[in-house]
Design a protein around this ligand. Structure first.
Ligand SMILES: NC(=O)C1=CN([C@@H]2O[C@H](COP(=O)(O)OP(=O)(O)OC[C@H]3O[C@@H](n4cnc5c(N)ncnc54)[C@H](O)[C@@H]3O)[C@@H](O)[C@H]2O)C=CC1
Ligand SMILES: O=C(O)C(=O)Cc1ccc(O)cc1
Length: 367
């Protein structure tokens, strides 16, 4: 089979994960470019890329496909640089940015007879960043949105789709504006809300430190994404202003509606509010096929002493069930702790679940 070269511009969490997925094919050579030497050194050490450079022209010269994987404002800034560079004829330039309309608009400058641009956004990720968190499984089972323009040659979209099968993501297509509206609502705005809530509670906490001490499961769950990379999210908000401002207005109205129900002391209305949300939330696709990142986690109630954890890992080890991480979560009333176990694969998680249930542990798939 013909050897091809992939250039990854920005070797961080997503660029690194794409690179690792591409490396599943031995005929693919991955060249990484970054503005910093450090991620390139790490990526080489971790076997994420075959070669690394801080010179953009060197990275893209041989590339058949170029993935722009830096923060979105930097993707916009890189596009015009490509225009003056020596590129392979028939090269496909794509990106992984969380926003699409602005990027697709700027990409028009680089599109030519010889250069195709196809916007892309893998709908999986993490609040972690950097190449050290990259994984060839990060995008597995997630949606991967492509936003080809009406004039994009369909055979190029097909070629990119085929290449992306190495990520094991599910490639779908939509126009860039629709993407920004939908993803604004299900991803960007939740990040704003999570951070706003954390900042509110942090202010209360200055007056009364019980806030952070009592911050329990619900607060932690809904605010996990407030630990995301502030630079990255700054750029996302700046790139997706219009849809986000509209969603923020709708949100304000939705919150006012709840406030009204509370002011009126309307029990049916309040219950309906929670019930409607619960019905939709419970009907969301399971993690393995949805927009949430794929996780092979189980949560187990354990009596709060160390011997118990040893027993669980021994049981799993004896059945050759591989785990990749263990975490003790909040202790409830000093009786039970919740142990989170991350398994190496979905299959191993299912085996672990069955085994631990057999030994009478309370096992949950959600925290
Ligand atoms: N973090 C996530 O969960 C997801 C992020 N994305 C998108 O992927 C892109 C990358 O995000 P992450 O991998 O999370 O960030 P990251 O911070 O892990 O990696 C970004 C890398 O880009 C490099 N960089 C910065 N400016 C650059 C430039 N001008 N040229 C080349 N490299 C440059 C940085 O040095 C860093 O190594 C962003 O556009 C983000 O919107 C998409 C899906 C999920
Ligand atoms: O941490 C999480 O759950 C995320 O929200 C992941 C994510 C972050 C950014 C994206 O553009 C897509 C997915």
């Amino acid at each position: 089979m013909k050897k091809i070269t992939i250039a990854v511009i920005g070797v961080g969490l997503i660029g690194g994960s794409i690179a690792l997925s591409m490396r599943r094919d031995p005929n693919i050579r991955v060249v990484g470019y970054d503005v910093r030497q450090e991620p390139l050194d790490k990526a080489l050490t971790l076997g994420v890329i075959h070669a690394g450079t801080t010179d953009l022209q060197t990275a893209v010269r041989e590339a058949n496909v170029i993935f722009l994987a830096s923060p979105v404002e930097q993707i916009v800034a890189t596009l015009p640089l490509l225009k003056d560079m020596e590129l392979q004829p028939d090269v496909i330039v794509t990106d992984v940015g969380s926003t699409k309309s602005g990027i697709v608009r700027h990409a028009v400058e680089v599109i030519s007879e010889r250069v195709t641009f196809i916007g892309g956004h893998p709908m999986a990720g993490s609040h972690k960043s950097g190449v050290e968190a990259a994984s060839d499984r990060l995008l597995e089972n997630a949606y991967y949105v492509l936003t080809p323009a009406p004039g994009t040659p369909p055979e190029k979209v097909e070629r990119l789709t085929e290449l992306l099968s190495l990520t094991r993501a599910k490639v779908v297509q939509m126009d860039a504006d629709t993407h920004d509206q939908v993803v604004g609502a299900v991803s960007h705005f939740p990040h704003v809300l999570a951070s706003a809530l954390v900042n509110l509670v942090a202010n209360y906490d200055e007056e009364n430190a019980w806030h952070s001490r009592l911050a329990a499961g619900g607060f932690r769950d809904i605010t996990r994404i407030a630990s995301s990379n502030p630079r990255m999210w700054r750029d996302v908000l700046l790139q997706n202003r219009e849809p986000l401002l509209k969603i923020a207005k709708d949100w304000t109205k939705a919150l006012e509606d709840v406030i009204e129900l509370v002011e009126e002391g309307d029990p049916e209305g309040i219950e309906r509010f929670f019930q409607t949300a619960r019905d939709f939330r419970d009907g969301l696709p399971e993690r393995k096929t949805g927009a949430l990142p794929p996780l092979n986690d189980l949560y187990i109630d354990i009596p709060d002493h160390p011997g118990e954890i040893g027993r669980i890992t021994t049981l799993l080890g004896a059945k050759q069930i591989n785990i990749t991480n263990l975490q003790i979560r909040e202790t409830r009333e000093d009786i039970y702790g919740a142990l989170r176990i991350t398994f190496h694969s979905q299959e191993e998680m299912e085996k672990g679940e069955e085994l631990l249930r057999f030994f009478d542990y309370n096992v949950y798939r959600r925290p």
